[in-house]
Design a binder for this molecule. Structure first.
Ligand SMILES: Nc1ncnc2c1ncn2[C@@H]1O[C@H](COP(=O)(O)OP(=O)(O)OP(=O)(O)O)[C@@H](O)[C@H]1O
Length: 605
């Protein structure tokens, strides 16, 4: 139980709390300014700057934590203060947060700084915020100049188009539209198709978040239509048209469309938010099954996402009884992967040693994971959460898994009762966590089995369609990665996963390279018969050389796969395809990757 100080008698404790909050406020001010500036970058079509800002903003948090730690150490010798003072610091801090607009983020900042200072030696849950102490419900800034979190509009059927024009106008984008009434008409037609048969009820309204969501070359307006008991989420992507004037490119409608826009496999948005908790609450109503942790992350508040994920995880552990096991599928050479069947994530450890032909190191692998975190993931690379010193109850681990870790990653493993509660724990020094998917090789295998077992039946037809969809998606995934300057390195089926809605996502990052760092070469003609028969390449292969013509034998063993692949993605086996994209990227082109199907786009004229 927390020991509650009876008196706040340490003036130093107040000063420390104040300094901590100053540190957080500085962080949020800078974070918000960088996010808000996305609007100008969008207006100026400065895509390189937009991507750079997206990347750099990820570092802000750690920089500010480090600054705060330094200040607390130098000004207050914070690490030497007794427990009693730290408890008072926490109470003062809670007091300072009563009217704060980002209290949950400030609590997490407090945790980040204090755990660094207290080094887990006398770190105890009493000092940090294990759960939120300050409510985030109904926070609003009441100052007259403050923008509300969302705005409500009350159109009639007749005024819908005008209202939509007004909604978009209110975003005050400093760049003309090609034809906003035309776009509004299209949006109303799309929404109308979903609203048509229903009568408009007294509460009919459109609610729209006040800030646009920026990412890469797009700005997204996010809101919902409310009618009676029904709520229809929607998002409108605003893009630069061919002549540089703006256009609404599509109307995304419903939870699935929104989930795809906010996917864990995409880069974080830039949004100007004064009360992030209110944005999260609004978005959660649009996507009730998306964990709040992932919504915070999608908004660029990754540390908060990580904190909430961990709380969700502990809660899940309390309310489940199954055991961690080695993840199904082909084991990795570099990563040791395990999961808890009842929980939709996987846990990944970097092994201590890698068998040939892998020539990488722990540092290299960590650098690749970091690259992915900071890069535009274009819906095709899973986001990962990185944790250190995670403790799990030993009783919840299968023995086989413990043995596997002992064998392949002993340097990361400690089994002890560190917290002294009488139960042994498995403590892992470093791990990544990401969403669980169905490995694509398993997904295809299941379809092949159905094909073989029931040839000629409707089930077989369905299995064939499953293969076709998966192979087409797989090629699309690689092409999206190419557009984002990523060469996946190892393109085997087992390195990709299938998500809930059938999207194919890449998750094996240890051989990833920038496309622009690779040389795509054609296989030279054999010099003699022996060359032709050789099992190994007879030609010189540099470290960054890639021979796309040689991908086929690894990928296209199954005739059904080969047929679909060659129909849709034969270009992936040509060096010219890769080289051409490399040159395009080098010339400064930022290619479009849309977070929706191309067929969903409105006509260009
Ligand atoms: N997100 C995920 N969802 C489900 N299974 C996964 C996930 N990530 C990894 N796996 C499983 O773990 C295995 C190994 O993972 P991963 O490909 O990341 O390891 P690796 O050591 O980098 O592999 P390789 O030996 O190909 O380099 C995969 O083949 C798959 O079966």
């Amino acid at each position: 139980m927390a020991v509650f100080p009876q008196r706040l008698d340490s003036p130093l404790a107040y000063e420390v709390a104040r300094a901590l909050l100053d540190g957080f406020n500085r962080h949020y001010r800078l974070f918000r300014a960088e996010s808000a500036a996305a609007k100008q970058r969008f207006e100026a079509a400065d895509w390189h700057a937009q991507q750079r800002a997206q990347r750099e903003r990820i570092q802000f948090y750690d920089l500010r934590v480090r600054e705060a730690v330094r200040r607390l150490e130098t000004e207050f010798r914070a690490g030497e203060q007794p427990m009693d003072v730290w408890q008072q610091v926490k109470l003062h801090y809670i007091g300072l947060l009563v009217d704060h607009l980002q209290p949950e983020l400030a609590e997490t900042f407090f945790n980040s700084v204090t755990t660094k200072i207290l080094h887990r030696t006398h770190f105890h849950n009493d000092f940090i915020f294990v759960r939120p102490a300050v409510s985030t419900e109904y926070i609003e800034n009441d100052e007259p100049a403050a923008a509300p979190t969302y705005r409500s509009y009350y159109p009639t059927r007749e005024s819908l188009v005008d209202t939509l024009v007004r909604i978009v106008d209110n975003m005050r984008l400093q760049r003309p539209f090609e034809d906003l009434p035309r776009d509004a008409q299209r949006v109303v037609a799309a929404l109308g198709a979903r609203l048509a048969p229903t009568r408009l009820r007294a509460n009919f309204q459109i609610q729209v978040l006040s800030s646009l969501f920026y990412r890469n070359k797009g700005a997204y307006l996010v809101g919902k239509v409310i009618n009676g008991f029904n709520e229809l989420p929607f998002a409108l992507p605003i893009l630069h048209g061919e002549d540089g004037r703006l256009r609404i490119d599509a109307c995304l409608i419903g939870e699935d469309d929104l989930l795809s826009l906010f996917s864990f496999a995409r880069a974080y948005f830039m949004v100007d938010m004064e009360v992030p908790a209110a944005y999260v609450q609004f978005l959660r109503a649009l996507m009730p099954r998306k964990p709040r942790a992932e919504i915070y992350s999608a908004l660029g508040l990754a540390k908060q996402g990580k904190t909430l994920f961990y709380r969700d995880f502990l809660n899940h552990m309390r309310h489940s009884s199954d055991r961690f096991r080695i993840a199904p599928g082909i084991k990795g050479m570099v990563m040791l992967v395990f999961d808890l069947p009842s929980f939709p994530y996987v846990f990944k450890l970097i092994k201590d040693r890698f068998p040939a032909p892998k020539e990488t190191t722990r540092e290299d692998v960590q650098a690749k994971y970091l690259l992915v975190k900071q890069h535009d993931r274009v819906g095709r690379m899973a986001d990962t959460l990185e944790y250190s010193e995670v403790a799990f109850p030993r009783a919840r681990f299968e023995d086989e898994l413990v043995e596997e870790i002992r064998r392949f990653a002993p340097s990361l493993l400690e089994i002890s009762d560190r917290d002294g509660d009488g139960e042994e724990e498995v403590i892992l020094k470093h791990l990544y966590i990401e969403r669980r998917m169905i490995p694509l090789n398993i997904y295809l295998q299941e379809a092949f089995e159905a094909l073989r077992a029931q040839p000629g039946t409707p089930e077989a037809q369905q299995a064939l369609a499953q293969v076709e969809r998966a192979v087409v998606e797989y090629g699309n995934a690689i092409k999206d990665l190419v557009a984002a300057n990523i060469f996946p390195g190892d393109m085997l089926w087992k390195n990709f996963g299938v998500t809930r809605n059938g999207k194919v996502v890449f998750y094996d990052y240890d051989e990833i390279e920038y496309l622009t760092g690779c040389n795509f070469r054609a296989v030279p003609p054999p010099r003699c018969e022996e060359d032709e028969m050789a099992g190994e390449p007879w030609y010189f292969v540099g470290p960054r050389d890639v021979f796309p013509e040689t991908f086929g034998p690894f990928l296209l063993g199954h005739p059904a796969v080969r047929e679909v692949f060659m129909k849709h993605h034969a270009d992936l086996l040509e060096p010219g395809f890769w080289q051409g994209h490399k040159e395009r990227i080098l010339s400064g082109d930022v290619l479009d990757v849309f977070p929706y199907e191309r067929e969903r786009r409105f006509p260009v004229h």
